[in-house]
Design a protein around this ligand. Structure first.
Ligand code: ZN
Length: 207
């Protein structure tokens, strides 16, 4: 069933599949782990962006890399040494990415900007789908873009949570270039139309 949905997104024109892994500990919900990702991997060649909302992610990097992750995003707040986790992700040929929750300052990722390929700014509290976008998180995107410019680095800036055509435009106007959408696309029978609306709204608003 997940494999079918993945294929629907692939046909709909999505650039990658964002997979939320929740452990019922770091966040108050449980989703799925590496075996499920490995099963979806067999159904699509799409790029997999695996978002680890789990405690002590360092222990599981190998499992997720082997399950077929291309990008591995983890939280600096999750209790693993950040440099070591980044290095481990790289050692498996995956792109390391760091995530900040709405209440975490974006400055937390600044020391690692030259070591990672992406920063994920959570635009809702992680753990549940279908939440409304928190507008206050928008200023973090602009601060992060400015800091990247200062340091001469250019990681992708991804936003996750409450993304639709309107909030994608808002995020893109501040410098985000990767949009994660859940409910907006998955609840829509015409996934291709929803993806196209997000893409064109973001492109028109691009900073
Ligand atoms: Zn996510």
């Amino acid at each position: 069933m997940l494999g079918k949905e993945a294929q629907r997104m692939e046909k709909g024109g999505a650039d990658m599949l964002h997979l939320d892994v929740m452990d019922g500990n770091f966040v108050p919900n449980i989703s799925f782990g590496a075996p499920v990702i490995s099963a979806i991997r067999k159904c699509t060649p799409m790029k997999f962006d695996v978002h680890l909302m789990i405690n002590k992610p360092l222990r599981f990097i190998e499992d997720f890399a082997e399950a077929g992750a291309d990008i591995i995003t983890f939280h600096a707040e999750a209790g693993s040494p950040v440099y070591e986790t980044i290095e481990k992700i790289r050692s498996f040929g995956c792109v390391p990415s760091l995530c900040v929750r709405p209440l975490t300052s974006v400055d937390e990722v600044f020391p690692f900007l030259d070591k990672i390929g992406m920063v994920l700014i959570m635009t809702v509290e992680p753990g549940f789908g279908g939440q409304p976008f928190i507008k206050e998180t928008i200023s973090k995107i602009a601060d992060l873009r400015a800091e990247c410019k200062k340091r001469g680095v250019n990681p992708d800036i991804e936003v996750d949570g409450g993304i639709n055509a309107e909030t994608a435009a808002l995020a893109a106007s501040k410098g985000a270039n990767v949009m994660v959408a859940g409910s907006y696309i998955f609840n829509c029978p015409d996934a291709a139309g929803a993806i196209a609306r997000i893409r064109s709204a973001a492109e028109n608003a691009r900073a």
